[in-house]
Design a protein around this ligand. Structure first.
Ligand code: XMP
Length: 514
């Protein structure tokens, strides 16, 4: 295992990801990790980049014990400046940022770090830079602006890179990480999703022990379903899933999830119909953030109440753990160096549960990215359709019924959404689109149906393409598709007189309308 010490770069998580692509396992911890507290010995250490200047008073610094482990070390960007800083000199305050592509010249072709790596484009993103070589180091590669683009210690396996090998813009960067992990650190390259399942099941069994039981909320989405299935594989009927029907789920969702999880996947699932309770609390509320808060709080309340009613499957056992399907992108910020209080971040949909319930947290997916979770789901036998489902927000249709949320309004939005998604699937577009949904606008508009003047509401359709949901572009449908969907919605959904398509990207708009 390679230990990645995170100094807070936006790219840090990509380091572990790239290594896994070469079947090498890496674990990321905050840069302030004390080496004496590690329960395992890493075969190598990577110091990530970070947004700080080593000159800043509050700049984070690494535990100097890393040098006593005698394992190879690779510093990336800030990580390299940190190595130079520890060696007493060599860092210069940058007077201008260097950001973007640069071409490196490999000067020392014998360096094991640069095996199979040629002069090529790399991605720079830094402020400070090395002004001179730290004691004992040699130059391996240069670039026009960085005479020390890559450096290595003359005797020890310690390396520094000014650029970011982990981003895809560094064309051959991943080979540097591979060379470091496999050739220099001698890490085994036997990580695979299949053996991730085996090791994770063993880890869950060891953590939960022979008698404790686990509960967890499921939503019908891929993350919670994969986590629940993995848990069921590990501890069978000692895992209990709960689906809270909040009254703003998609059409027939609770019944469909019950069928898929119970019959299809053998998961012990209890469905709680709390729709009246949620809709009651949402009465009269139009502010989107208030809707979110009400749904979040009510969820915690209902979940705690219902979880307390779940009886352990076996006599003498006790529910001690709460399962959460937290993914890597959810934990990135939480492992920042700013202190132990941030080491566990509860998922935004169920945030707050842990404090009250006195349960211990179990997060089997916390190392994985979304596409890896999908791969895992497929290996666990979860259907292709569920594994590739679009994300659905915790507050559900409540933020897709603009204005006040009533049962009748939810019903209209739900039916329109169902038709829209059904047609997207029929046209073979579902997996080309990252997320699609219908929202119900709180305005009335005039129409004419069967010689009658009608005065009814508007459905807005949204479909986006995105990698990370931070930025998104609207999906370009063929006119034929839009015509067909519009006609079906107006004909089949009572209360709708008009359909519009949202042609705004994010930014400036967000994905959801509220
Ligand atoms: P926005 O609207 O912020 O959406 O551009 C980005 C992604 O986040 C989802 N989203 C939410 N998910 N609770 C959630 O669990 C929420 O309150 C929430 N708001 C937005 C949205 O569906 C999209 O995928």
């Amino acid at each position: 295992t390679v230990l990645v010490l995170d100094f807070g770069s936006q790219y840090s998580h990509l380091i572990t990801r790239r290594l896994r692509e070469f079947n090498v396992y890496a674990e990321m911890l905050p840069c302030t990790q004390k080496i004496k507290d590690l329960t395992w010995k890493p075969k190598g250490i990577i110091l990530s980049g970070g947004p700080y200047s080593v000159f800043a008073e509050d700049a984070p610094h690494v535990d100097h014990d890393i040098f006593d482990l005698g394992v190879p070390i690779l510093g990336i960007c800030y990580g390299m400046q940190e190595l130079a800083w520890i060696n007493g000199k060599g860092v210069a305050r940058g007077d201008k940022r260097e950001y973007g592509p640069a071409v490196i010249n490999v000067e020392d072709k014998t360096s094991p770090l640069f095996k199979d790596v040629d002069n090529s484009t790399v991605w720079m993103s830094h402020h400070d830079k090395l002004s001179s070589l730290p004691t004992g180091f040699k130059t391996i590669a240069t670039s026009t602006n960085s005479p020390f683009a890559a450096i290595g210690h003359a005797e020890k396996p310690i390396f520094g890179l000014q650029f970011h090998p982990e981003v895809t813009h560094s064309v051959q960067g991943k080979f540097l990480l591979r060379n470091f992990a496999i050739d220099i650190c001698k890490c085994k390259n036997d990580w695979s999703m299949e053996n991730f399942i085996d090791t994770e099941i063993s880890r869950i069994r060891a953590l939960v022990g022979p008698t404790a039981e686990v509960i967890g909320a499921v939503s019908g989405g891929v993350d919670s379903t994969v986590a629940a299935k993995l848990m069921t594989e590990a501890i069978g009927d000692r895992f209990h899933a709960i689906l809270v029907d909040n009254g703003v789920l998609r059409l027939n969702e609770a019944a469909n999830v019950k069928k898929t999880l119970t019959e299809g996947l053998g998961i012990d699932l209890t469905v709680i119909d709390a729709s009246e309770e949620f809709l009651g609390k949402l009465k009269g509320i139009t502010d989107p953030e208030k809707k979110r808060k009400i749904i979040g709080h009510t969820f915690i309340h209902v979940f705690e109440r219902e979880a307390a009613k779940i009886k352990p499957s076996h006599e003498g056992e006790e529910i001690e753990f709460l399962l959460q399907g937290t993914l890597y992108p959810d934990v990135i910020e939480s492992i920042s160096f700013k202190g132990p209080s941030q080491t566990i971040k509860t998922h935004h949909n169920v945030g707050g549960l842990l404090d009250d319930m006195k349960l211990k947290l179990i997060e089997p997916l916390r190392e994985l990215f979304k596409d890896e979770v999908r791969h895992l789901g497929e290996l666990l036998g979860i259907s292709h359709d569920l594994v590739w489902r679009h994300p659905f927000p915790g507050p559900g249709i409540a933020i897709r019924v603009l204005g006040e949320v009533t049962k009748e309004q939810v019903e209209i939005a739900r039916k329109a959404d169902h038709i829209y998604i059904e047609e997207i699937k029929k046209f073979g577009l579902y997996e080309k689109i990252s997320q699609a949904f219908a929202c119900l606008l709180p305005v009335k508009t005039v129409g004419v149906m069967g010689d009658q003047r009608v005065y009814e509401q508007v459905i807005a359709l949204r479909a986006i393409e995105t990698i990370d949901f931070m930025t998104a572009d609207w999906f370009v449908f063929e006119a034929k598709f839009l015509k067909h969907v519009s006609s079906r919605i107006v004909n089949e959904v009572d209360g709708v007189a008009r359909v519009v398509y949202d042609i705004t990207s994010k930014p400036p708009a967000t994905v959801e309308w509220e």
